[in-house]
Ligand binder design. Structure first.
Ligand code: PA5
Length: 442
């Protein structure tokens, strides 16, 4: 099976081997904790590491995917959820199926409804109503761990109203709710006889992509969820390796932490694949919510955090690279590149264009992109801008599983190095409370 490759060199990362070793040695107690948690179920905050090996849960999701597909002849899947209840599924879906999937799909379209936004929500409503009028099957997957997130409940109610208009008696069959057992929404679903999928209590939102949160919608749009989970499982083993040279998550965390300590607090994920942009968005949330903390594990005010940014090649070479190569020395970069892009899409052999851009006639787009990646990395290297590279052999479910799982473990290691709890998000709760108060006063 093809595997992702973490390419770290002291020259490009600007961190010495001995510094990496010192930091990774510091990580040993955490590595031990994580290793102990693997295989021990959903008992503690590392529970997410045991999702990809839970064959019973994976089979349950697969059976429900098959049942809903058969019973409803689904033409449109609407996934209603926000943050960790949406970003992982978007990342995997778009990476594998492509951002233009809905334009090409002859079977099932998918819409992610996360934000509160009249224009966007109205457009999706129109598209879904069109399917109803054409007699197509519609499925709503409402995903919320807490069951009480304002955005998600607002959007659910709006789509439920539409569903009830066209499926007065059978609307409950067209909904699947993914939530914590016994959340208020879970209990509502039980009363309404709506199918439910459970998120284990100790699996937090941004760590939940390999739970039914991600697996159910991904299974519906044809992602091989067995392969996704096998990929994840394969790195759970390697990223808890004591031999730190094989442990990409620990090496990556050490690189980020070493640079952070030198004052580089912005971490750019620079992805050379348009379809994989959402992986950057998913990672941005993972880092933002897990590591941006007011207090450390002992309750001291520390106000730490690494600011995650996302860039996409080659577009952003014409946007922010001037800043990255000319601006302040406060950024480190992880390039994500595709290794063997075998697509034969070629620039035609129009010799008259040679005077416009030389040496591109007859070449594949993939080979030109590879040349650009090398060029960018040489420029970063020459200007001493620190970077590492994660090479993805192919945009397969297996490799996506590896990449996302490796990044989740990397963030756990970074949480340990920064001395913070990567599993909570107390400051997010602050805005939720304020909003509830304003709504109550309206
Ligand atoms: O990662 C997290 O915990 C958050 O981003 C949540 O996923 C987000 O706030 C949505 O919460 P819920 O799933 O409870 O609706």
């Amino acid at each position: 099976m093809k595997s992702i490759f973490f390419d770290y060199t002291p020259e490009s990362s600007r961190v010495t081997v001995s510094d990496i070793e010192k930091i990774t040695t510091k990580l040993l107690p955490e590595l031990h904790q994580i290793k102990n948690a693997v295989g021990s179920g959903y008992k503690n905050e590392y529970a997410s590491l045991n999702l990809s090996s839970n064959s019973q849960m994976i089979d349950h999701v697969k059976n429900l995917v098959a049942k809903k597909k058969k019973d409803l002849n689904i033409c449109v899947l609407v996934v209603i959820g926000i943050g960790g209840s949406s970003l992982g599924a978007v990342a995997v879906h778009e990476s594998i199926n492509g951002v233009l999937y809905n334009e090409l799909s002859s079977e099932m379209k998918i819409y992610f409804v996360d934000t509160i936004d009249t224009d966007y929500v109205r457009t999706v409503l129109l598209l879904v109503e069109r399917e109803f009028k054409n007699g197509g099957g519609v499925l709503l997957n409402v995903v919320t761990k807490s069951g009480t997130t304002t955005e998600t409940i607002v959007n659910f109610e709006i789509f439920l109203e539409l569903l009830k208009k066209y499926k007065q008696k059978s609307y409950a069959d067209h909904i699947v709710i993914t939530s914590d057992r016994d959340s208020k929404l879970w209990n509502y679903a039980q009363n309404e006889k709506i199918e439910t999928l459970e998120i284990p209590k100790n699996v937090g939102g941004r760590f939940s992509v390999f739970s039914p949160v991600g697996l159910f919608p991904l299974g519906l749009v044809g992602v091989d969820i067995d392969q996704l989970c096998s990929g994840a499982l394969s790195v759970v083993d390697s990223c808890t390796e004591k031999d730190l040279k094989k442990n990409y998550a620990a090496e990556s965390a050490a690189f980020v932490y070493a640079q952070y300590k030198k004052g580089f607090s912005i971490h750019d994920t620079f992805i050379f694949s348009r379809d994989m942009r959402a992986v950057g968005d998913w990672y941005r949330q993972l880092v933002g919510e897990s590591l941006g903390k007011k207090v450390d594990r002992s309750g001291n005010v520390v106000n730490v955090g690494i600011t995650p940014t996302v860039s996409v090649g080659t577009n952003d070479l014409h946007s922010v690279v001037q800043l990255y190569l000319g601006g302040p020395r406060d950024k480190l970069t992880t390039f994500i590149t595709l290794k063997d892009d075998q697509d034969e899409l070629r620039v035609p052999q129009f010799d008259e264009f040679d005077s416009l851009v030389a040496n591109i006639q007859g070449k594949t787009v993939a080979s030109i992109r590879a040349a650009v990646v090398r060029g960018v990395q040489r420029a970063y290297h020459a200007d001493e801008r620190p970077f590492v590279t994660i090479e993805i052999p192919e945009k397969s479910a297996f490799c996506l599983g590896q990449l996302l799982q490796m990044k989740m473990i990397e963030v756990m290691y970074l949480g340990y190095l920064l001395g913070v709890n990567p599993f909570d998000q107390p400051q997010v709760e602050l805005y939720k409370k304020e909003t509830r108060e304003i709504l109550a006063a309206q």
